[in-house]
Design a protein around this ligand. Structure first.
Ligand code: MTE
Length: 317
């Protein structure tokens, strides 16, 4: 689970949490499939094909890093998705509770073409790409994940944001009358909310993922579509999005609202700025025995540092 401040932790029961030690003894550093090719074969054999798989054939390969992929099983069974439970294994175990069809996304705020679109209309016009990105959780573990999807900018431009759109706010599914298992308790104030500055949202690396390992996203990873912002801590990458708003003011975001001293709005990966309760200098790459150094902006410094040129990066945002 994302490491909660003690005030929130006290409201959880013991079995909400899968101890990391158990997780590791179970999987004992399974060796990754290694090459993308073999990893894809593994994933294709391991779950059934779905209607929109065709989108993921012959994906353009852009912005890929050349690091060993985290095994498919870990990417899909070691998750943070509080709507499906606070333990790492809960999202996969409770994945069926999330109904992804029908699905629609409402777009509101400062844009010329607001509206509510069904998923098919959201997905149809885009050219799909594969992006192999580092993924760094604020809890100091990391993975390398082959996502499939399209740049967020190409989706946002369709709604024609106006000059008043300084930020983009996102919300995850929440039906008060029919909450997901994890939403039955106020772990966070539902719905899960996230946000980006408009230039961050429009950055070419900012990605709307609808697939993983060459197949449609699994529910535990945020089906049917989720954000991926590779230079920020993982909690910014909001899952199962139902609402997008263009706002003039910085929108409230879930973890920042819950513990603003610990989880900033920006939350760019920065090895030099410790979380108030632990260092961010090193990380455990899932599947590796020894910790590795965390990279500035998670290794994407060259591409994104200019977004923050006037800002004090030593501050814990
Ligand atoms: N999005 C929603 N809606 N709910 C969540 O609990 N957890 C975040 C993020 N997006 C979360 C979410 C956190 S803390 C992380 S680290 C990543 O999702 C985990 O993504 P993964 O499970 O696909 O690795």
């Amino acid at each position: 689970m994302l490491i909660l401040p003690s005030s929130v932790r006290n409201n959880l029961k013991d079995n909400d949490v899968t101890p990391e030690s158990l997780f590791y003894s179970r999987r004992k550093f399974i060796k990754s499939a290694g090459l993308l090719g073999s990893a894809l074969i593994y994933s294709r054999n391991s779950y059934s094909s779905q209607a929109n798989s065709a989108k993921f054939a012959n994906l353009a390969q852009t912005h890929n890093i050349k690091e060993e992929l985290t095994p498919f099983h870990d990417v899909t069974h070691y998750n943070n998705f509080y709507e499906l439970g606070t333990g790492k294994a809960d999202p996969a175990a409770n994945a069926r509770a999330l109904q992804t069809s029908p699905w629609s996304i409402e777009v509101t705020g400062h844009c010329n073409k607001p509206g509510k679109l069904i998923l098919e209309d959201i997905l149809k016009p885009h050219t799909y790409e594969e992006r192999i990105y580092r993924f760094r959780c604020v809890e100091a573990w990391s993975m390398v994940i082959p996502w499939a999807g399209f740049p967020l900018s190409s989706l946002l431009k369709r709604f024609e944001p106006t000059s008043k759109a300084k930020y983009v706010a996102f919300e995850t599914i929440y039906d008060k009358k029919n909450p997901l298992p994890g939403q039955k308790r106020p772990t966070i104030r539902w719905p899960y909310r996230e946000g980006l500055r408009i230039d961050e949202a429009m950055h070419p690396l900012t990605f709307m993922a609808t697939g993983i390992y060459g197949k449609p996203l699994l529910n535990q990873n945020g089906a049917p579509l989720r954000l991926v912002v590779p230079w920020k801590y993982g909690f910014k990458s909001i899952k199962s999005i139902v609402k997008i708003s263009f706002t003039e003011k910085q929108p409230p975001t879930s973890w920042n609202t819950l513990a603003s001293r610990e989880y900033g709005f920006y939350s760019n990966v920065n090895p030099e700025v410790s979380h108030p309760r632990w260092s961010q200098a090193r990380e455990r790459r899932i599947g590796e025995l020894f910790k590795r150094k965390t990279l500035m902006f998670n290794g994407y410094e060259e591409q994104v540092a200019s977004l923050y040129s006037g800002m004090n990066l030593k501050k814990y945002y």
